[in-house]
Design a protein around this ligand. Sequence first.
Ligand code: PEP
Length: 251
Amino acid sequence: MHPNRKPLIAANWKMNDPPVGCYTSDSPFRSLPGVDVWVFLPFIEWYGAHNAGLVYGAQCGRPEPQGAFTGDISMLMLKHQHFHAVLCGHSDRRHFHQESDAFIAEQATAALEVGLIPIVCIGETEAEHDAGKTTDVLKRQLKPVIDVLTAHHSLPTTHFILAYEPVWAISRGDPNKPAATAKDAQDIHARIRSLLPKDRQATTRILYGGSMKGSNAAELLAQPDIDGGLVGGASLKLEDFRKIVEAAESR
Ligand code: PEP
């Protein structure tokens, strides 16, 4: 495994209160020597995370540096408040905010230009999956992102991350929702890797998201092309999240 692909477990708290205990000294939201742990929090939580010394990111960001965009926060503002990374194109944003592939690429560009690490989220819906359109959808979602990478060809590979999140496997609060099987997830991750520019294929981190939890993390994270997880529901349960981080550490 290339050293640039250190496992990363990214917690996505979405629009939820942070779990009790997340800011303590033995919080599982702290990186370990062999695993990066980052928390994608509701904006108003940044100060708590900052004081606790966590590495934190935003769940979205607007490309323009400032202006008449009521309710939004720009990539530049995030950078000023010490955010480390930003999710671009999470399926919730694609669905509830109609974010397009082109706009997501604009966000990734703006993030890179202010020094934030974009985690670009891609993945097919259940209908697309059932219709056998997964590869077509991933190619469509990746195309503008690859253009961004081509325009930033000297960007270190650690400064750009992808997350494959099959929308049909995202729990949305259902703890019994099955994740993709480790084999299927591995196959898709390998396919995504093969679609990246040649000089980035071996070095780009690709996270899996969609009902990763303590009970299935080890199997998913053992796959050669899965470099970590983007974790929603299980990131709200301290001990379940700890198991995921431990699985990544002993990978
Ligand atoms: C997500 O929405 O990013 C996600 C992966 O959620 P969950 O882990 O709950 O499926």
